[in-house]
Design a protein around this ligand. Structure first.
Ligand code: GLP
Length: 258
């Protein structure tokens, strides 16, 4: 895992948007895995701004969202479909046929999960997967105790997730989510966590044991996972000084090679 600790949330948004932009520049037909939540809004704002000045072009890009609440019409404000339209899709030139989000009202849950997995395969797999982090360690909606090898399926949300996402322990009870096995197949992963409320779970994910009790800890197994944190979210990391030292001296490895 590469741990990138930056002074402010704004710095994190810039860093991640630049990495997404670079990915698209290197491969215009890149397949991106997208996340939702408050953290992602700042990143999408930067991408929209970059698009408006011609710095990034989504014309050939394909996107797969991680998850969706079940039981709402797609245009209900609760859905991640609505979230994505509002924060990203309606502002950029991504082709509608290249935007994939699990259905919030599938005819058959099982078929929808299989269809989603197949669509990811058909597009050649995910090049860059963006992730947020739930306070109990979820990625996507893979709540604690999720199988670390699962594929896209239905999960029951925890009360903590409902409280964080709706301000009360009520709301959608179920969601469809890419599984951890699906997420781990992405060629590159960038997880972003901000603020003091994430400091404890960040420490568990980065420095704790790999366990289904903190599903995000499985990223320790991924060959190309980056964790982008602001100072507050990095506050409980034991080896914070080392991670910062590595980041500051990163370019010197390239100097050694030349
Ligand atoms: C939701 C999403 C997760 C995301 C989490 C973080 O629960 N399903 O994919 O990681 O939000 O949200 P926030 O950035 O608002 O803390």
């Amino acid at each position: 895992m590469e741990i990138i600790i930056l002074p402010t949330p704004e710095d994190c948004f810039r860093e991640v948007a630049d990495r997404i932009g670079n990915c698209i520049q290197a491969k215009p037909e890149a397949v991106l895995g997208l996340a939702t939540g408050r953290t992602m809004r700042g990143i999408y704002q930067k991408l929209v701004a970059d698009f408006s000045v011609g710095k990034v072009d989504f014309r050939q890009v394909t996107t797969f969202n991680l998850d969706e609440y079940l039981g709402y019409p797609p245009d209900d404000p609760t859905t991640f479909f609505s979230y994505m339209q509002e924060h990203l899709f309606q502002h950029i030139n991504l082709a509608p046929e290249n935007m994939f989000i699990p259905s919030s009202l599938p005819k058959s849950m099982e078929q929808e999960c299989t269809r989603y997995e197949q669509a990811i395969q058909d597009k050649g797999g995910i090049d860059l997967q963006l992730l947020g982090l739930g306070r109990e360690g979820h990625i996507g909606f893979n709540e604690p105790s999720s199988s670390l090898q699962a594929r896209t399926r239905i999960k029951t949300l925890t009360k903590t997730t409902l409280k964080d996402n709706f301000g009360k322990e009520e709301g959608p009870r179920f969601a469809i989510t890419m599984g951890i096995g699906t997420i781990m197949q992405a060629r590159q992963i960038i997880l972003v966590a901000l603020g003091e409320s994430k400091a404890q779970v960040v420490a568990e994910m980065v420095e704790g044991p790999i366990t289904a009790s903190c599903p995000a800890s499985v990223l320790q197994f991924h060959p190309l996972a980056k964790v982008v944190l602001d100072e507050a979210a990095a506050g409980k990391l034991k080896r914070k000084v080392y991670y910062k030292w590595v980041w500051e001296h990163k370019n010197e490895v390239e100097d050694l090679e030349s």
